[in-house]
Design a protein around this ligand. Structure first.
Ligand SMILES: [Zn+2]
Length: 478
């Protein structure tokens, strides 16, 4: 009985593996290489990718970082050099898992109900597989190129010291390009299963942290005083908890909400439209309803989140101060000084001192130089300008997205968090972000969560989209 079961299982596995399209097989293979960061072990994935790219004539560079087992992988397909390269960047590392909450092994690349399951299926091994497959297909089909096409598998995107900012410092000539694709916007399926919109990110939100330090009299706990620092801090936090920042729409987010209005049924259609109106009452009403979706709430404003708190050192002493760290995710162009003024205005208490905090403080033990590096990085990210919409790569992506997904509208997008695209954007190189596969809201919820998955058919249309876009911008025209 057991033998028969084992045989049946083996047969099923074989059959499904043989039937898998190349991009899904590639995704299964890369999910099986556990790159949970920390520590990442991105070098294992780099060595695997080398076996795929090298035989097809790509020039391979594996850039080792000072951390053992952590490498960036670069594969370059040569063109005739008449134009600057196009680069496709995908991070190799993934966040860890709460294994007991998964119904399948997160590192086995299980195929179930037409989807590939596993950590990174959406973020961003699915994208890595799609980008890699499209680039490999260019080589297989011996497409003549005007420009080099560079595929990059990055280390340390989910955290750590050796991300693309580090890579750009040590090996810029290997990743210099005219423009680039990265993770970012979404291809979203509606309840009817049809693709309703494609968003392409042209900017990322920035990050800033502030410390609120409440001062009081430090004394014996047997004689409490009205100026207790913990109470002062608690009052400040209570004010912040019922405060929200103003709606601040960039040109890209205006286009995004206008697209949402086009593709949504009532009543949301009207709410999205009202958000774009000049009437502050309408905007406030729309904001209230739309903000029930935390993602939409986030992309239309600077967000505030208390993340760390500390006070006191023993049970019979009233501490002289109490401290909280607030993490802000900011609309491009927002300055730290602006945020400090805004929070002062809300807190209205001179006993609470508000100062910039290190962005690095949650990332484990670091040297002062490393901390400074992290802070400079955060500052640089917060000051970046969006990539332009009149760019050849963006326009080509839009054209092919409309062709591959004829039911969809296409819009630019402000990504709600940070990505590794800043290494290029900070050097004036346009970067466009997309998770290149249609997913629904259920799939989206599982990203960084449990039972992460991506439909196989979505991976295939994703390769179609990226391949056609690359032909457009890189192939030699006859
Ligand atoms: Zn990601």
């Amino acid at each position: 009985m057991l033998n028969r079961l084992a045989l049946a299982l083996a047969v099923t596995t074989l059959v499904s593996a043989a039937d898998l399209p190349p991009v899904a097989q590639l995704l299964v293979d890369v999910i099986k290489i556990d790159t949970s960061n920390p520590p990442g072990n991105e070098d294992k994935l780099a060595q695997f990718l080398k076996t795929k790219f090298a035989p097809l004539g790509f020039e391979i560079d594996i850039i080792e970082t000072p951390q053992k087992g952590k490498s960036h992988f670069i594969a370059r397909l040569r063109g005739n050099g008449s134009k600057k390269p196009v680069l496709l960047a995908a991070h190799a590392d993934v966040v860890g898992v709460e294994r007991e909450k998964w119904t399948v092994d997160p590192f086995a690349g299980v195929i179930k109900d037409g989807s590939v399951y596993g950590r990174g299926a959406i973020d961003f091994k699915g994208g890595l597989a799609v980008f890699a497959q499209a680039v490999l297909d260019l080589a297989k089909n011996k497409v003549k190129l005007d420009r080099d096409v560079i595929f990059l598998s990055e280390a340390d995107e989910e955290g750590g010291l050796y991300n693309t900012t580090w890579l750009a410092r040590v090996a810029w000539d290997k990743i210099d390009c005219e423009y680039s694709l990265n993770e970012g916007g979404w291809i979203i399926k509606g309840k009817d299963g049809k693709t309703s919109y494609v968003s392409i990110s042209t900017a990322d939100k920035g990050g800033v942290s502030l410390t609120l330090n409440a001062k009081g009299t430090s004394t014996h706990s047997s004689m409490p005083r009205p100026d207790n620092a913990i109470y002062t801090l608690a009052r400040a936090l209570a004010k912040l908890s019922s405060y929200d920042t103003k709606v601040k729409l960039t040109p890209e987010t205006r286009m995004f909400f206008s697209t949402l209005s086009d593709v949504s049924p009532e009543p949301m259609k009207t709410h999205f439209k009202n958000l774009l109106s000049d009437d502050p009452v309408k905007v406030a009403e729309a904001d209230k309803i739309i903000s029930e979706d935390t993602l939409l709430h986030a992309i239309m404003r600077n967000t505030i989140a208390p993340v760390l708190m500390s006070a006191g050192f023993r049970g019979n002493v009233i501490p002289g101060n109490a401290e909280v760290t607030l993490n802000f995710r900011t609309i491009p162009g927002t300055t730290t000084e602006e945020l400090i003024d805004e929070i002062k205005e809300v807190v209205q208490d001179p006993r609470v001192e508000i100062t910039p905090a290190s962005m690095a403080m949650t990332r484990g033990p670091m040297t002062p130089e490393q901390k400074k590096q992290m802070d400079d990085y955060a500052k640089m990210r917060a000051s970046l300008k969006p990539s332009p919409l009149d760019n050849e790569l963006y326009k080509s992506l839009v054209k092919h997205a409309l062709a591959v997904y004829p039911t969809a509208k296409v819009t630019p997008y402000l990504f709600q968090a940070g990505t590794d695209s800043s290494a290029w954007r900070s050097r004036g190189i346009p970067v466009y972000g997309i998770y290149p596969y249609p997913i629904d809201h259920e799939d989206l919820k599982r990203m960084h969560g449990n039972d992460e998955r991506v439909p196989i058919s979505s991976l295939e249309t994703g390769v179609d989209l990226i391949y056609k876009t690359l032909l457009d911008v890189a192939a030699t025209k006859k």
